[in-house]
Design a protein around this ligand. Structure first.
Ligand SMILES: *[C@@H]1O[C@H](CO)[C@@H](O)[C@H](O)[C@H]1NC(C)=O
Ligand SMILES: *[C@@H]1O[C@H](CO)[C@@H](O)[C@H](O)[C@H]1NC(C)=O
Ligand SMILES: *[C@@H]1O[C@H](CO)[C@@H](O)[C@H](O)[C@H]1NC(C)=O
Ligand SMILES: *[C@@H]1O[C@H](CO)[C@@H](O)[C@H](O)[C@H]1NC(C)=O
Ligand SMILES: *[C@@H]1O[C@H](CO)[C@@H](O)[C@H](O)[C@H]1NC(C)=O
Length: 598
């Protein structure tokens, strides 16, 4: 009996020794294998590590530090068995610990969701993966795996419930809406090369009996900004910093989701629309919007500061807000009153007729953008309860003019192709130009009337990799350094060539809103401050922008230019570049853009 017990014990120990610990990791991750499960005073010299029975030598990706082995970045070559041996020189014994490491792209998730809600099933390509988008989602069933959505069929399943959130993106997360009990099971996300990127176990819990829609407790008006005037020296910079940080965050979202295309947006207009919505948001929706806008939580003064900013800029940039709403819905009186107070907007009722509404909305947009944008909506559905609009219009004249006579130059595109474009030239421009190391870009400042500047950020070559270098460094702190550096630079005589530009762009605000973590706007936002009668959800979001550069100056809704020379100092923006229209007085960006093809 006793012997048997000892054999069992020995077998158990042997088994543990042979099997070791199994670890599964994704490529590119960092792996730390400790030799001991507890702190010890074993010194490094008495420890040896073996990989598949060979001694390990430190390399770029494998390093032995103290009693740990670290591997970074993990690749398929690191798959195998790792054994650590620690020799005790006094007792002359040896202890071993082994790991069996497998490397797989596959990530497993379990998602638990309530019946009727939306489930997000995660799937991501590795960041160094060349492929973007095109992953396929399958539901695994006993008989045959059922394909849910493919790109050939668009990104929505037949029944419309499964939707790919970010289409041509590394993030191939699928949203499955109105989940039912029969959706429970295993789902696979498969890359075009056949490898499985993630498997998700979906667990559906029975729905709680939802309380009926209620705005009880959430209908108080937005709090006043206490001590408004004396506070403004503090609260002004808070808003400015939030706006700037948000502005550059938007660049990374838009730049990523539409690679190889011209880009232009007005961060101020997007901010204005979102803060106006914030005025009517309560509870978690308010917190989500504040977070997305980089505002401090419960920043009461956001609306009075937005008003102040709008007034400060009004000499060169005019901002207008408007709300159109369905006649059957009654907006809360406090929201209507505060919209007027802070956003100078008086809500307007929609008409019965869709065409009339299209005309009314587009006319408002055309009027507020000085006819630069004339067609925003094509139809207004009967379902539309409410439409919130923000329009900006900018006009600035160069303080140093360009030649009136037309000229042409060759713009080199990302792929190296050259196209002939009309240009703006000044062979004797007095201006400031610097190389900004933080941005890896040659930057030139063009002064405009009304205390504004246009900055052109020229990457080191026309190549996509150089453009991406600049884009990835474009942050609020790098831009402030750029502005300071250029302010201190002595003006020089520069031969300038800029392409004449007329940009007309439309950004996908839906992707932006999701990437800002504002999913709830599409699902169940709390907009009780605005409209308390029934729940509202976001249907569609758009951003269009226009910018033109002419001999006289910049007209925006937004645009760009450059020059080139041989013997003189020159600044020629006849290749892809970034542009930044900046308010020098309010110190916030007005328009941000990228020109790949004028
Ligand atoms: C995708 O589209 C093709 C042709 O349009 C159709 O035959 C096929 O059934 C569709 N597949 C799914 C999963 O909807
Ligand atoms: C939302 O409202 C609930 C109930 O009134 C409250 O407990 C919760 O703290 C609120 N959350 C936020 C972020 O305001
Ligand atoms: C809106 O208000 C009017 C009058 O105050 C009222 O008759 C109507 O029922 C309200 N609409 C809704 C949808 O509650
Ligand atoms: C916009 O509307 C106002 C008021 O109706 C009018 O005075 C102004 O001229 C219009 N602007 C444009 C550009 O149409
Ligand atoms: C321009 O803005 C700067 C920074 O706020 C300010 O110091 C300066 O007085 C302004 N100039 C004019 C002409 O408004």
């Amino acid at each position: 009996m006793m012997n048997q017990w000892i054999i069992c014990l020995i077998l158990k120990i042997l088994f543990e020794l042979c099997a070791g610990t199994s670890i599964s990791v994704v490529p590119g991750s960092k792996l730390e294998l400790p030799c001991f499960a507890f702190p010890t005073d074993f010194s490094e010299e008495h420890i040896t590590w073996k990989f598949n029975d060979e001694d390990i030598i430190s390399s770029d990706s494998v390093e032995i530090t103290g009693t740990h082995l670290s591997i970074y970045p993990v690749s398929n070559a690191h798959e195998g068995k790792y054994v650590c041996s620690a020799r005790d020189p006094f007792l002359d014994t040896e202890r071993r610990r082994s790991y069996s490491v497998s490397v797989t792209n596959l990530v497993r998730y379990t998602v638990v969701v309530r019946e009727g809600a939306s489930a997000r099933l995660p799937c991501n390509y590795q960041s160094d993966h060349q492929i973007r988008g095109n992953a396929e989602w399958f539901k695994l069933t006993l008989m045959k795996n059922k394909k849910l959505l493919t790109h050939r069929n668009g990104t929505v399943s037949k029944d419309g419930r499964a939707v790919l959130l970010f289409d041509m993106d590394q993030d191939q997360t699928m949203s499955l809406n109105e989940v039912t009990m029969t959706d429970e099971g295993k789902y696979n996300c498969i890359s075009t090369d056949g490898s499985t990127l993630s498997t998700v176990e979906l667990v559906v819990m029975s729905a709680p009996t939802l309380p009926p829609h209620s705005c009880d407790g959430f209908t108080d008006p937005w709090e006043e900004c206490e001590g408004d005037n004396e506070n403004s020296r503090v609260t002004g910079p808070v808003l400015r910093e939030s706006v700037t940080e948000f502005s550059f965050k938007l660049y990374s979202i838009f730049g990523e989701s539409q690679q190889h295309k011209n880009l232009l947006y007005s961060p101020l207009s997007i901010t204005g629309a979102l803060t106006h919505l914030l005025l009517g948001s309560r509870n978690i929706t308010r917190a989500a919007l504040e977070g997305a806008l980089f505002l401090p939580p419960r920043f009461h003064c956001v609306h009075s500061e937005m008003k102040r900013l709008r007034e400060k800029l009004s000499g060169s940039l005019q901002m207008a807000s408007q709300i159109f709403y369905n006649t059957e819905s009654n907006l809360t009186t406090s929201f209507v009153k505060q919209s007027g107070e802070y956003y100078d907007s008086e809500p307007v009722k929609l008409k019965e007729d869709s065409l009339e509404n299209v005309h009314m909305i587009n006319s408002w947009v055309a009027n507020k953008t000085k006819n630069k944008i004339t067609e925003l909506v094509k139809d207004v559905s009967q379902q539309t309860k409410l439409m919130l609009l923000n329009a900006v219009s900018f006009n600035g004249l160069w303080t140093i003019k360009f030649d009136e006579k037309p000229s042409k130059g060759y713009f080199t595109k990302l792929d190296g192709d050259m196209i002939k474009v009309p240009t703006l030239r000044n062979d004797d421009f007095q201006g400031s130009m610097v190389f900004v190391p933080e941005l890896k870009a040659q930057v030139m400042r063009f002064e405009l009337t009304g205390n504004n500047s246009l900055y052109i950020l020229l990457p080191q070559s026309h190549k996509a990799s150089d453009l991406q270098q600049v884009e990835s460094r474009l942050t609020d702190s790098a831009v402030h350094q750029m502005i300071n550096q250029i302010r201190e630079a002595a003006p020089q005589r520069i031969q300038v060539t800029l392409p004449q530009i007329k940009l007309n762009t439309e950004q996908d605000m839906n992707v932006m809103i999701k990437k800002l973590g504002l999913f709830s706007l599409y699902e169940s936002p709390n907009l009780c401050g605005l409209y308390a009668e029934e729940p509202l959800v976001l249907e569609e979001a758009k951003h269009k922008a226009f910018l033109s550069l002419t001999e006289q100056g910049v007209e925006a809704a937004a645009v760009t230019a450059m020059g080139f020379s041989r013997s003189h100092l020159s600044f020629s923006a006849l290749r892809p570049f970034l542009l930044l229209l900046w308010s020098d007085s309010a110190q916030v960006p007005l328009f941000i853009g990228r020109v790949l093809e004028p």
